[in-house]
Design a protein around this ligand. Structure first.
Ligand SMILES: [Zn+2]
Length: 447
């Protein structure tokens, strides 16, 4: 069979095989590292079937094998010890950049090239002012695109604020970045890199990042405090699906007696009290002072305690969060953003208000905890879940991404060598085989 035909087949695997691939990838992402046997067990797939899938994922550059002296991943879930000599451990690939992440912020845009497994502090390839117009923004993107090698990349993932229709790649509403509204934003970015582009609403990216980085935490409401106040819901280890292109817009819940006008056009939204600009206003600081407003506020809280206006705003926010927990049947709130940079009494006040209103607090524990923003990890998770291994219907974007994956596996992979699989190299990583045409064919064959 001709290689091009084989690549085309590899891009469209059967639904059952894709489901198994997705399960293996998802389990390995949660485990951090695992032997083939442990991974098969964790995925509830027979060892022969899991073995075939793992070899294919290795060949396509999604996984890598660890040397025996590599330290274990202490941040991930642990499996019970097994008897006998452990097999070589696997993990998601940490070396090749596969996704270009673009963080489109109100003030700055940042670019990073990400491998499938990226944790900790991730380097930015470029940072530039977002600017007031799409033309200036695209010009900056093109300038930086020339410096970012495209060869190994599979797709571009863009974290976007506002109300984002991720399915169509458009921003419906963005009170702080109006120029992004109703533009074919994903298409415009795709014109720069000629790669599949997926928009991810920024708070949903944070929730996916927290999910990826926190094994065992699979049900929570995340609320972020930044330029606005937004939320995202994870249930059963998945973003909650909903019929409208917006959800968990907690910041736009009105607070009785709050006369402030919100960027959304309504009056009294809690966001006008607890966003950065809301805090600036309450402190009688100009909006441009929001870089230092947190330091000013933190000093004041440490010396004088919580001011009444902030305590009242936190009580209102807590009641809104409690209502959301009661509706969703959740008991955990994860707080990210600037409230976590203030003295601990701020989150304690918020947590008290959440517990007062959360019905579950009468029966068990309701948790309200701070967490760092993990937007890039969330973008990687979105890329894996929605482009490489989508749970349901295939679309043009996943097909294009998988085609790109197949192309790069033969073009850039160091394992495109003639080394036989059984070759043993002591104290070195075993060269992995390039996918031969027959293997690519098997990729599309139901197990
Ligand atoms: Zn509003």
């Amino acid at each position: 069979m001709a290689p091009m035909r084989a690549v085309a087949l590899a891009a469209i695997p059967s639904s059952l095989r894709r489901l198994n691939e997705r399960t293996v990838l998802e389990r390995l992402r949660r485990l951090g590292t695992a032997s083939r046997a442990d991974l098969a067990k964790a995925a509830s797939i027979s060892q022969p079937t899991a073995g075939k899938i793992i070899e294919e994922l290795l060949a396509f550059g999604l996984l890598e094998e660890l040397d025996e002296d590599d330290p274990p991943d202490t941040t991930a879930l642990t499996l019970p010890p097994r008897l006998g000599r452990p097999g070589r451990r696997l993990r998601l690939d940490t070396t090749q950049p596969r996704f270009l992440a673009i963080e489109l912020g109100v003030d700055q845009t940042r670019l990073a090239c990400l491998p499938l497994a990226a944790r900790g502090v991730l380097p930015w390839q470029a940072v530039f002012p977002t600017g007031p117009s799409p033309d200036a923004w695209l010009a900056c993107l093109r300038t930086h695109a020339a410096q970012i090698p495209r060869a190994a990349l599979w797709a571009v993932l863009v974290s976007v604020p506002g109300v984002v229709d991720e399915a169509t790649g458009r921003v419906l509403y963005s009170p702080n970045l109006h120029w992004t509204e109703r533009l074919p934003l994903a298409e415009l970015v795709s014109s720069v890199w000629s790669l599949p582009v997926r928009l991810v609403q920024e708070i949903r990216a944070l929730a996916l990042g927290h999910l990826a980085a926190t094994p065992g935490c699979e049900n929570f409401l995340l609320v972020d405090f930044g330029e606005g106040v937004g939320g995202a819901i994870i249930e059963g280890g998945q973003l909650l699906r909903h019929p409208l292109p917006l959800s968990a817009e907690l910041g736009h819940t009105p607070v009785l007696g709050n006369p402030r006008l919100c960027g959304c056009g309504a009056t009294g939204c809690v966001e006008t009290l607890l966003s950065r600009s809301g805090l600036c206003r309450s402190l009688n600081e100009p909006p441009g002072a929001d870089v230092t407003v947190l330091e000013t506020l933190a000093r004041r809280i440490r010396s004088e305690g919580l001011p009444d206006w902030l305590g009242n705003a936190l009580d209102a926010m807590g009641a809104i969060l409690a209502g959301a927990l009661n509706v969703l049947g959740l008991r955990r709130v994860v707080v990210t953003g600037h409230l976590t940079d203030l003295p601990a009494s701020v989150l304690e006040r918020l947590a008290q208000a959440v517990r007062r209103g959360a019905m579950w607090a009468r029966f068990g524990e309701v948790i309200c905890e701070p967490a760092p923003r993990r937007r890039l990890e969330g973008l990687i998770a979105a890329g894996i879940d929605r482009l490489l291994f989508p749970a349901s219907s295939e679309g043009p974007l996943p097909e294009a991404t998988r085609r790109r994956m197949a192309e790069t596996s033969t073009r850039t992979s160091p394992r495109a060598t003639t080394a036989p699989q059984t070759q043993s190299i002591p104290n070195a990583r075993r060269p992995r085989r390039a996918p031969a045409p027959t293997e690519l064919k098997s990729y599309a064959t139901p197990p």
